[in-house]
Ligand binder design. Sequence first.
Ligand SMILES: Cc1cc2nc3c(=O)[nH]c(=O)nc-3n(C[C@H](O)[C@H](O)[C@H](O)COP(=O)(O)O)c2cc1C
Length: 178
Amino acid sequence: MTADVMERRFGADVDALMPAGAGSEQIRAVFNGFPAAVVALCSVDEDGAHGLVATSVSVGVSYDPPMVLFSVRKESTTWPALRRSPHLGLSVLGEDQSDLCRRLAGAGDRFDGVRTHAADGGALFIGDAMSWLDCTIESEVEAGDHTVVILRVHAVGHAQDTAPLVFHRSTFPVLRGL
Ligand SMILES: Cc1cc2nc3c(=O)[nH]c(=O)nc-3n(C[C@H](O)[C@H](O)[C@H](O)COP(=O)(O)O)c2cc1C
């Protein structure tokens, strides 16, 4: 891209582009400023329920067959248990579920008082969420300190009248116009 094309697309701010150093203030500002849906990834087995929340989920990675992806920290202590499950339950959280989001990412009993629904194959879904996707792992790709996990979607459900929980700059803003 030539400098004049960049200038037209980005305006004066193009002068402020900074090197994208790992963990830098600049990269954190850009990543934290990216609005994202909040998804719980859960399973259940003989040891009980396992789950975490992720904002790195991207849908529509493939439409035929339907696939989504998400990125998990290599140090995650929960991912090894989720990974063992034949099926994973993805629940796109609703706008009233910010407390639940914190609990599912936290240190205590993540499922205490949480309404769940277990499906065949070990997928575990969260009640009152906006959408549900029953998935299996298609492939995994190493990506720096994370692993990108591509998931094949086998069954879905959607609550028409529920708005999504959105994460932006470490808060949960309410979407206007919904
Ligand atoms: C809003 C939010 C988004 C998160 N997104 C991700 C994510 O995309 N990938 C990830 O590995 N962890 C993400 N986490 C952290 C996990 O939910 C969880 O806290 C973390 O994996 C530590 O727990 P664990 O060791 O049990 O895995 C997120 C946490 C919060 C609160």
